[in-house]
Design a protein around this ligand. Structure first.
Ligand SMILES: *[C@@H]1O[C@H](CO)[C@@H](O)[C@H](O)[C@H]1NC(C)=O
Ligand SMILES: *[C@@H]1O[C@H](CO)[C@@H](O)[C@H](O)[C@H]1NC(C)=O
Ligand SMILES: *[C@@H]1O[C@H](CO)[C@@H](O)[C@H](O)[C@H]1NC(C)=O
Ligand SMILES: *[C@@H]1O[C@H](CO)[C@@H](O)[C@H](O)[C@H]1NC(C)=O
Length: 439
């Protein structure tokens, strides 16, 4: 392709991506967004809010995150790393200086925070797969989390579950309520980029407080499996979930008739997909719902670029996307989205990545989801606009569609920043669904 043509397409692409950042909503600009912005970079705002969102459930403290936030330059991935790495090491050191036999709660609080900050430090580093920080930060986050976990009144138990076809293992943590008797249990995973450790703070602890057992897990493509087993995402998520259900029902404290399955973000595709094939799951949460992942990516491209993709011209397609990702003036959400996509799918070109992404499509599967399913949507969702509604429409009457608004402070993707409100809405729904079953 002539360089002038590539440049023109690239310009067009950037304009489309810019408009895709605040799509499909009535609020088209930051002035209209009722929430105070933590960075002029929309994606940094989102990631900062995401860490703050863990504060109500022991995963962060607000002041220190806002101090770190002030050191970050919009669009500068290394500055994001520096700010969070400094904070993480500082809080980790504080934690290690606490006598954990004497002050177990204080030590645990600090270790959980340090763990979250190591994860944030890692977040924007996946563009260079040989960056040693990808693994070293992860070891630190796991280490801090595990020490904190050991100081919980009922520590979570880590296991590695064998997939049925023997191809990979599924790391999971069983967090029991410590209460007697078989109880409701929610199995939960994150999506494109989040960990099971984050899930504990995001919603796990809120479920435990309500007497619901929690099993967090990760599958291929997700942080620990991608690193430790070198496997990218697979569309048949039931291969990941079924061993977790097998494991859950071995526990006397798990009521086998009251198992929920929850997926956040890209997990809004993964959980419904698994529930369509594993009928032992009594209720599902897609937060937010994802119906056709490939379409949601393609929707952000100008028609000419879509045509190039469908023509099979991988070289041209890759050169346009690679130029966009390498350009620091390209929106962070797009640069990061492609880098994280290739890393988590374990695929080294944009063309192959997008080709693989087309398989994550619930069109032919939605009518097999017979369980009650909670489908969250968020007014300002910058990643999967329109997808949650499409999933709810396709599933039909067993779907409960909940639109979280910007005015509620819950309009961001996954309603991040509103974890207390979201826990209330979703977990009350779960209890209602289970009590209806018993009537
Ligand atoms: C942004 O939204 C506000 C409030 O709706 C409006 O007054 C303003 O004109 C908008 N700005 C742009 C650049 O669209
Ligand atoms: C990727 O990281 C490795 C290890 O730090 C470094 O040697 C290499 O230069 C980096 N590559 C790029 C393209 O930045
Ligand atoms: C097992 O994993 C390998 C490598 O990822 C893959 O080529 C193979 O198809 C997988 N086997 C099954 C049964 O999925
Ligand atoms: C998803 O699947 C449906 C039904 O097979 C198909 O019509 C649609 O084009 C697929 N989406 C994409 C992006 O390929």
């Amino acid at each position: 392709m002539k360089s002038s043509q590539a440049l023109r397409l690239f310009g067009l692409f950037n304009v489309c991506i810019a408009s895709a950042v605040q799509p499909s909503t009535k609020l088209k600009n930051a002035t209209a967004d009722p929430m105070f912005q933590l960075s002029s970079d929309e994606d940094f705002h989102f990631e900062l809010l995401r860490v703050l969102s863990l504060a109500p459930y022991e995963g962060a403290d607000i002041g220190e995150v806002l101090v770190a936030a002030k050191k970050i330059a919009a669009g500068d991935f290394e500055s994001f790393y520096d700010a969070f790495y400094d904070l993480a090491t500082q809080v980790d050191e504080t934690a290690r200086n606490i006598d954990k036999d004497k002050y177990p709660v204080s030590a645990r609080n600090a270790l959980f925070r340090a763990s979250s900050y190591y994860r944030s430090a890692d977040f924007f580093l996946h563009g260079n797969w040989s960056d040693p920080r990808i693994n070293s930060l992860w070891d630190k986050q796991l280490n801090a989390f595990d020490t904190a976990n050991s100081l919980l009144p009922v520590p979570g138990k880590r296991v590695n579950l064998q997939a049925r076809d023997g191809n990979f293992t599924v790391p999971a943590i069983f967090f029991g309520t410590g209460l007697t008797g078989p109880r409701p249990t929610i199995l939960m995973c994150n999506g494109y980029d989040g960990s099971q450790e984050e899930m504990y703070h995001l919603i796990g602890k809120a479920a435990l407080e309500r007497g619901i057992n929690v099993i967090t897990y990760e599958g291929p493509g997700q942080p620990t499996v991608r690193r430790g087993q070198n496997i990218g995402f697979i569309p048949e998520w039931e291969r990941v979930v079924s061993p977790v259900v097998d494991f859950a029902i071995q526990h006397p404290e798990v009521d086998p008739e009251a198992i929920g399955l929850m997926g956040y973000s890209f997990g809004g595709y993964l959980a419904p997909r698994a529930a369509a094939f594993d009928k032992r799951i009594a209720a599902v949460f897609a937060v937010d719902g994802v119906y056709d992942f490939g379409k949601s990516l393609l929707d952000q491209f100008p028609q000419e670029l879509k045509d190039i993709f469908y023509s099979g011209d991988a070289d041209t397609f890759n050169s346009v996307i690679e130029a966009a990702v390498a350009d620091p003036s390209t929106k962070t959400v797009m640069r990061w989205g492609v880098q994280q996509g290739m890393w988590s799918f374990n695929i080294d070109t944009p063309f192959e990545w997008l080709t693989k992404a087309l398989a994550y499509n619930l069109t032919e599967v939605a009518d097999k989801i017979k369980q009650p399913i909670f489908i969250g949507d968020a007014q300002l969702d910058q990643f999967f606009p329109g997808q949650a509604k499409a999933l709810a429409d396709a599933v039909g009457t067993n779907a409960l569609y909940r639109y979280f608004t910007a005015d509620e402070g819950a309009g961001e993707h996954c309603s991040i920043g509103a974890s207390v409100l979201q826990s209330q809405v979703m977990l009350d729904w779960f209890e209602d669904v289970l009590s209806k079953d018993k009537e």
